[in-house]
Design a binder for this molecule. Structure first.
Ligand code: MN
Length: 753
């Protein structure tokens, strides 16, 4: 935050600093190892000297900020003396003349590396501010591999800045508040700092939407008295019952935070008055010796449900299976007095400590909570992997990191019952990659709860997932649309990159070898000749086709001798015109009806990526290469390809005949077209597997989507496929009709994607 060194500290300033420091020093939480006090005092003196005569925007001495960050670090996170020292020193290197070596000399390498992680990369802020922000965040995370405490101090720093954001200039407030809710609050949540997460969200919301914040705060305040009375009335019978059962406990009432009330209003699209779960009661118990903590949670649960009726779908058991951030508790919602729902949270003392102080508390209970600790360790390991494999774009990194914060929100199972954690919204494909990259790369479908489902299926907690693989399957570009985890995305991108560069390299080598056998040096003239002859747009496409074996190099000599024909040049120009129009939006030489030479068919060229095509496949009849086709030049001069028998085409032919042009497929068997087939039959075990097997062994066919339902032993479904040509499709239909149990297989011509 802003700092200036314009005047000399007054005696008021000095005594203010002194009293703030005493607040920290006199209330240290569990800091009683020998040397702790000395280290903290030394760090304070050092920082105080370095920040001497510096003020914050608020007008307070600057050192008040590091002192308060240190208090948060100790009292709200439970961290020890080194972290307190790091918090006191956290702005010294960035904002004063002190160098990192001095810190190393005075405080040793450990604290120095914490400070280094907390120091921003220097750079000009007006240039690519976003990237610099992202880059700084990444740098901070890099230190994770050494020490998680850097992040914790950083969160404490952010929390104090948010608490004092009022004194920031307005344009900076938005940036800080936005970044807080985007990154720091989820990060705090991920680390189990629930109270801090809630406060960060509320503060950020307050600055981003001050009017709505005030409105909700006012309504909460208005009902406060009434609600307090309600909570008291609600709690009394519980207190009596727990006392009777000799349970030592603490009970407290709480209101939903303003930000979560607002989120509820948004997501459910309801007014404040209809948010029903505003009230919660928390019971923290001292575990007795005769029962496990878990059993005691359930004992209290049953005592409460003897009094109040629970809402069955609102039971949350994070005791048997803690949240991935380590949170353990039993939550239930019951019908309270006046017909109001009240949430009850049941936690042991230990669970409460972990919930409130987060990560640091984990170490305190190390050994007791092996499950949740493993979860957190797994996440940290994942972050380290991401950092070890840096992506070129820091913003992309930021996005993926952000995704990882929400990781492990659902739990799914392998067929053998092993638990796999995935982010909310993860697909079957993500699951495949989570198991192993090689499984992901070979996946063709999944069985979710024994039902055949496409890889794009969104998984739900509790699903059992089996991945169907095929040795000839390969990652597809469109997989990126339903891959959510960083792991899956990275693996798919890698595979796609490998595949196409391999192909291009191989093709280039093959061509060069062949040319040198003919005694020809490869040059641009020759390449151009080949591009013209094979009707291709660029070199990579040419190499790629050679690499795939789609261009026969035996005819090379013949091709090179040939001079281009006039008619070929004409198509060439037309096609270029079409492509240019689509990609740049510049209408250069559109095929205007009437000027098109209808005596020669327009060539439907294929494009490897299926992008930049100069024509559109009509959705009403979905023609694919091999089908008889006609073209219609529409009013924005795009060529729409129909089957001549398609009713829509028939209508066009009769009403706008001058816009109909002859078209012809150019077949290189590379581009894929979407087709749908329909299968009916009698359900029997393994039928689906056999069908998928038949499809997966057909080399020229790729499954895009499978939709199957079974009613009383009758099985019916549609399969969407990518094929190159009708012959592939016909061949597949023939193969499928030979499968035992299949009654009919036919192509569906009318479908909308
Ligand atoms: Mn700071």
């Amino acid at each position: 935050m802003g700092k200036t060194r314009t005047k000399i500290f007054t005696s008021d300033d000095v005594s203010r600093i002194e009293s703030e420091y005493r607040l920290l020093r006199d209330n240290l939480y569990r800091c009683d190892k020998p040397g702790d006090d000395e280290l903290i005092d030394k760090a304070f003196r050092f920082a105080n000297e370095a920040h001497r005569d510096m003020y914050r925007n608020s007008g307070e001495p600057y050192i008040i900020h590091p002192i308060n960050v240190a208090r948060i670090v100790n009292q709200e996170m439970g961290l020890g003396s080194r972290s307190i020292a790091a918090a006191l020193l956290h702005d010294v290197v960035e904002d004063t003349g002190v160098q990192l070596d001095e810190i190393t000399k005075e405080f040793g390498p450990k604290i120095a590396s914490l400070i280094d992680g907390l120091t921003k990369i220097s750079g000009t802020y007006n240039k690519e501010t976003h990237s610099l922000q992202a880059e700084n965040f990444r740098k901070m995370l890099m230190t994770l591999s050494d020490d998680i405490r850097v992040i914790l101090v950083k969160i404490a720093d952010r929390l104090h800045n948010m608490r004092t954001l009022d004194s920031m200039p307005e344009h900076k407030r938005m940036k800080v508040a936005g970044e807080t809710v985007y990154l720091y609050a989820p990060l705090a949540h991920r680390l189990g700092l629930f109270a801090i997460k809630t406060e960060l969200e509320d503060l950020s919301f307050k600055f981003r939407h001050p009017r709505i914040y005030d409105e909700i705060a006012r309504k909460v305040k208005m009902d406060e008295k009434k609600n307090l009375a309600l909570i008291n009335r609600f709690s009394l019978p519980i207190i009596e019952e727990l006392n009777e059962n000799n349970i030592i406990f603490d009970i407290s009432g709480r209101f939903k935070s303003i930000y979560s009330i607002w989120k509820k209003m948004q997501s459910k699209n309801i007014p404040f008055e209809e948010v029903y779960d505003l009230l919660a009661v928390r019971i923290v118990f001292e575990p007795g010796p005769e029962m496990s903590e878990r059993a005691q949670c359930w004992q209290i649960y049953s005592l409460i449900t003897d009094i109040y009726t629970p809402k069955p779908d609102r039971l949350r058991d994070w005791v048997s299976r803690p949240k991935s951030n380590g949170y353990e508790a039993l939550h239930l919602t019951v019908m309270g007095p006046e017909g109001r729902w009240v949430e009850v949270q049941i936690r042991s003392q230990r669970m409460d400590d972990i919930a409130e102080r987060g990560f640091a508390a984990h170490w305190k209970y190390k050994g007791d909570t092996s499950v949740s600790e493993n979860e957190l360790d797994k996440w940290l390991k994942h972050i380290r992997e991401m950092l070890a494999n840096p992506m070129s774009d820091p913003l992309a990194f930021l996005d993926e990191f952000k995704m990882s914060l929400f990781s492990s929100e659902i739990m799914v199972f392998t067929p053998k019952g092993l638990l796999v954690n995935l982010p909310k919204g993860a697909s079957a494909l993500d699951f495949a990659y989570e198991i192993h990259t090689s499984i992901g790369n070979k996946a063709i479908g999944a069985k979710v709860n024994y039902k055949l489902s496409p890889l794009s299926t969104t998984l739900q907690s509790g699903d059992q997932v089996e991945i169907i693989t095929s040795n000839i399957a390969k990652p597809e570009k469109e997989w990126l649309e339903y891959a959510h985890t960083a792991k899956a995305k990275t693996a798919i991108k890698d595979a796609l990159k490998d595949e196409s560069t391999d192909r291009i390299r191989k093709g280039m080598e093959m061509l060069e070898t062949r040319l040198s056998e003919l005694g020809v040096q490869p040059n641009s003239e020759i390449i151009k000749k080949l591009l013209d002859y094979y009707e291709l747009l660029n070199k990579d496409e040419l190499y790629s086709r050679i690499g795939l074996g789609l261009i026969n190099l035996d005819e090379l000599r013949k091709v090179l001798r040939k001079t281009p024909e006039g008619s070929l040049a004409k198509y060439w120009k037309l096609a270029i015109g079409g492509v240019t129009r689509k990609s740049s939006g510049v209408k250069e030489s559109p095929p205007v009806p009437g000027t098109i030479d209808k005596s020669h068919p327009y060539l439907l060229r294929e494009n490897i990526d299926n992008t930049g095509n100069s024509y559109i496949i009509a959705g009403c009849c979905n023609p694919i290469p091999g089908d008889e086709v006609i073209g219609y030049v529409d009013h924005s001069n795009s060529i729409i390809v129909h089957k001549p028998k398609c009713p829509a085409a028939v209508k066009l032919m009769s009403s706008e005949g001058n816009r109909i042009i002859p078209v012809r497929w150019t077949i290189h068997k590379l581009a894929s077209f979407l087709a749908r087939i329909r299968i009916d039959g009698i359900d029997r075990i393994a039928l689906i597997n056999e069908v998928t097997n038949v499809i997966s062994t057909e080399l020229n066919v790729n499954i895009r989507n499978i939709n199957v339902s079974v009613y009383d032993g009758i099985f019916e479904g549609t399969i969407d496929l990518y094929v190159h040509h009708t012959s592939d499709l016909n061949n597949l239909i023939l193969q499928l009709s030979n499968v035992k149990g299949i009654a009919s297989v036919r192509r569906v011509e009318e479908f909308v994607e």
